[in-house]
Design a protein around this ligand. Structure first.
Ligand SMILES: [Zn+2]
Ligand SMILES: [Zn+2]
Length: 332
């Protein structure tokens, strides 16, 4: 059974606009898809036509090959069927957008994934008042309060400087998190070359092409372990404990993720230095955003739906859980 509000429906495979025959972040290939951002639980390959920001379309092409569709700039309005669509910054990763949908005086905002913290690699989230606000709930428990990123980066640089014989290996997801950590290291004055795992190369190149400054990035291939002592290396989380990482001299293993707040997760991954750096809103960001937007109704997806739905109802805001399939925390 679909959950509906006037002209919009939430199905397990995505949010559907019947009068426009368009899906938002659908889990299966469709004729017309509106994609909020490039993470693989939102952007899948195989759609006949894609509407997304130009950056998201470029990310999808980098991951899935050529896409047919249309790249939009933030704020540009396009009519699909009888619905007006505009994409508004979500502050999550480069190109990430909220889909703002309007029809006959009613407005629905599908936020995709979002955060409110500053991020040098993307445009900040913009709150848009609306009737229905569709929000993520990845970190929707009061225990999740992300610390300021500056302190996490400073801790990392202090460890690197204190142990010049070891490499620092940071696990970070290939789309968004890796580039944000690199840009933050630069902002904190780390201007030496950074070393990256091959799996990060293409998206780092694309970020640069799209205007994000990352400084000098080098592969580790061909280097002797001793050459990497005192250096910072970034890799996808899956490479933290595999054979590839054995080439590094006694690495300090770090991981940048909102989940590093949970000690057990850090321990499971063998992470010596957990960095609580998230591209998702924490509890305070979620509740502040809902208060600010003051929607008539909230739809909640992605993670801890129950706690956020409960909070909304306490605030007298009707709220529902959407059971969207295939939403994962690829990005965090
Ligand atoms: Zn995401
Ligand atoms: Zn997501």
């Amino acid at each position: 059974m679909a959950i509906r509000f006037s002209w919009i429906e939430a199905h397990p495979t995505g949010i559907y606009l019947p009068s426009a025959d368009a899906w938002i972040d659908p889990a299966t290939p469709v004729d017309r898809a509106i994609i909020t951002h490039g993470h693989s639980d939102h952007a899948r390959g195989g759609h006949r036509a894609v509407l997304a920001t130009r950056e998201t379309l470029a990310i999808m092409e980098c991951r899935y090959g050529p896409q047919s569709g249309q790249g939009l700039g933030y704020g540009e309005v396009i009519r699909i069927g009888d619905v007006d669509l505009r994409l508004v910054p979500a502050g999550h990763v480069l190109g990430s957008a909220q889909a703002v949908l309007e029809r006959r005086g009613e407005r629905v905002v599908v936020s995709g994934d979002y955060k409110r913290r500053p991020d040098p690699t993307c445009v900040p989230f913009e709150p848009v008042p609306c009737d229905v606000f569709v929000t993520e709930a990845t970190f929707a428990l009061p225990v999740f309060r992300h610390p300021p990123i500056g302190g996490e980066i400073a801790r990392l640089l202090a460890a690197q400087q204190a142990q010049p014989d070891r490499a620092v290996l940071i696990g970070a997801y290939a789309l968004g998190k890796a580039q944000r950590v690199i840009a933050e290291l630069r902002r904190h004055g780390h201007d030496r070359p950074l070393f990256i795992h091959g799996a990060l190369q293409r998206l780092c190149d694309l970020y640069r092409e799209l205007g994000v400054t990352l400084g000098e990035l080098l592969p580790i291939s061909g280097l002797k372990p001793a050459a990497l002592a005192g250096e910072i290396v970034l890799a996808p989380p899956s490479a933290l404990n595999d054979r590839w990482s054995r080439r590094l001299p006694d690495p300090i293993t770090a991981m940048a993720s909102g989940w590093m707040r949970v000690r057990q997760r850090a321990r499971q991954r063998g992470v010596e230095m957990p960095l609580v750096i998230s591209d998702h809103a924490d509890w305070d960001e979620l509740t502040t955003t809902i208060r600010e937007i003051a929607p008539r109704e909230v739809w909640v997806t992605h993670g801890r739906e129950d706690a956020l739905v409960h909070w909304c109802r306490e605030q007298q805001i009707p709220a529902r859980e959407l059971a969207l399939i295939g939403r994962e925390d690829e990005d965090d």
